[in-house]
Design a protein around this ligand. Structure first.
Ligand code: NAD
Length: 512
């Protein structure tokens, strides 16, 4: 059982009704709607917060605009130094913050710590990046001319995040956006406000120690309506939104209507192809961790296994045996593999998907169901289950955010790749094979259509060094490593004439 009081006190959180923070300043209108932080671990209300009102939002925007004028003048490596200190503050708070993530969101303690580690890693990455915001130089077609490009910050970056990675997704965006010279406004998921408040306390202390003014990194608490204040606001040039495809379509429409930029990280429907050339024991670990880790609530969770007919029965048997050994319970108890779903609405969606799957002809080889009893009093603990299905079932085409794993049989690799690609989403994918030809075909242009394609690794658990994101209904955005930083900057092409004439491009003559 988590000693939540001591965790909150270590993180500097005291009971309060704040709806926003621009740094040291926490505020909110007293008559605003309340928001409860509910723990799916034991069903308790951990704390309440207020939802920001449009007036609160205006206060934040004003501070952020003011802060941007200052922050953009700070050299990028100096901004990187602040992010380095933020990474150190996260190291110091890893245990407390990781435990709060586990308690408020319900993922296992190890995954809670892993999430904070990911935040630390992205800070390290951003520090190095702060000296590498490179632009290209080009040769001009005109004599005594020089051409090059520079990358400038955009201004205010609005970050809207989902409940399942309640803190890491913010840091992926914020660490990069900040070294790029932007200021950030973060709206965490209404299902996990407390972890957001904890992060704001941590980063604020770093800013205070460095005399950074208010507004460089702000927090706003609220639901969809608060998110819409940002998506409809021309003063927020970039919206980075992580969540369901439904949300992404609404955000893209709102931001697109004002020709703003959006970076979308939406749902996945990820598959592993298990070939006849696979190492089946290794595949088993990848498949089971991918399907039941975080109770199937990762955007990269394994939802479908596409298995070669010659190993189908043998692999199914291994899976069923492995599922029999999964321990479900309090995620803060490290002997458990699987914790609860985020809330009882998620449980209802899980049950509904099982019914729909059965109605379409799905054959459950491991049955699902809701767990009951004193250890499961929150009503959020469910059994991971497995069904044999056809890829074209409506329910299989849909991302259910729960531990339901679908098995599909294939004969040829071409068929397996077509099945893997035959869903509206395009986030993560994998093939388990020791055959070079198969692996290369899967990674080629005729292969996986996803943003992430792995060989002999499952679909979940990406490293921060690569660009993260997916195609089709996953939204097309890329975050985190590689050159994802460019999404947070604007490109400017500069041409400088150091001759004493004014030659025009394309050889055009214009004499006066
Ligand atoms: P959700 O879509 O319900 O909510 C996500 C966030 O969007 C919340 O902060 C919510 O308040 C906000 N929001 C909802 N509608 C909005 C609107 N119209 N305008 C502005 N903001 C709005 O998602 P969730 O249930 O919290 O998270 C689960 C989903 O997130 C899954 O689909 C999962 O695959 C996806 N996800 C994707 C990634 C990725 O990187 N691709 C990462 C994590 C989660």
């Amino acid at each position: 059982q988590a000693d939540i009081k001591s965790i909150l006190s270590k993180l500097g959180i005291h009971a309060g009704n704040a709806a926003f923070s621009t740094g040291s300043h926490w505020g909110g209108e007293s008559n605003a709607k309340s928001l409860e932080s509910f723990s799916p671990v034991d069903g308790k209300i951990i704390a309440t917060a207020k939802m920001a009102t449009p007036a609160d939002y205006e206060t934040i925007i004003a501070k952020a605009q003011e802060a941007f004028v200052y922050w953009r003048t700070i050299p990028a490596p100096k901004r990187g130094e602040i992010v380095r200190q933020f990474g150190d503050a996260l190291r110091a708070n890893k245990e407390a913050l990781g435990s709060l993530v586990s308690y408020e969101m319900g993922k296992s303690l190890q995954e809670g710590f892993g999430e904070v580690q990911e935040m630390i890693d992205i800070c390290d990455f951003a520090v190095g990046l702060s000296r590498q915001l490179y632009g290209l130089t080009m040769h001009s077609e005109r004599p005594s001319h020089r051409m090059y490009e520079q990358w400038h910050p955009l201004g205010i970056v609005g970050i809207i995040s989902a409940f399942n990675f309640p803190v890491a997704v913010w840091s992926w965006n914020a660490a990069l956006a900040l070294v790029c010279g932007n200021v950030c406004i973060w709206k965490p998921s209404e299902k996990t406000p407390l972890t957001g408040i904890a992060c704001q306390h941590i980063i604020t202390k770093v800013f205070e120690a460095n005399n950074i003014p208010e507004g460089v990194s702000s927090l706003i608490i609220g639901d969809r309506e608060v998110g819409e204040l940002m998506t409809n606001d021309g003063r927020v040039p970039l919206i980075s939104a992580t969540g369901s495809t439904r949300m992404g379509k609404a955000v893209a429409a709102a931001v697109g209507a004002r020709l703003g930029k959006s970076l979308l990280e939406l749902g996945g429907n990820n598959a592993i192809i298990i070939s006849e050339h696979a190492d089946l024991d290794m595949s088993l670990i990848g498949a089971v961790f991918g399907a039941v880790g975080t109770a199937g609530q990762r955007c990269t969770s394994t939802r479908r296994l596409i298995i070669h007919e010659s190993v189908y029965d043998a692999f199914k048997e291994k899976l069923v045996k492995a599922y029999g050994q999964i321990r479900i319970g309090d995620p803060l108890d490290q002997s458990n593999h699987v914790g609860p779903l985020i809330d009882t609405d998620a449980v209802a969606a899980y049950l509904d998907s099982i019914e729909k799957c059965k109605a379409e002809g799905g054959n459950f080889v491991v049955e699902g169901g809701v767990l009951e009893g004193a250890a499961y009093s929150s009503g959020c603990y469910v059994k991971p289950c497995i069904a044999e299905v056809k890829n074209e079932y409506k329910i299989v085409q849909h991302e259910t955010f729960a531990p339901i794993l679908y098995l599909i049989k294939y004969k040829t690799l071409d068929e397996a790749i077509a099945l893997q690609n035959g869903v509206p989403q395009g986030l993560s994918s994998a093939i388990m094979t020791l055959n070079l030809r198969e692996a290369e075909q899967f990674l080629s242009a005729q292969g996986s259509d996803c943003g992430i394609a792995n060989v002999n690794i499952g679909t979940s658990g990406a490293e921060i060094g690569g660009a993260f994101g997916g195609e089709k209904e996953t939204g097309g955005g890329r975050e985190s490593g590689s050159d994802a930083w460019r999404a947070y900057m604007r490109r400017q092409t500069n041409t400088i004439n150091y001759s004493n004439t004014l030659p025009l491009a394309q050889g055009i003559k214009f004499d006066l």
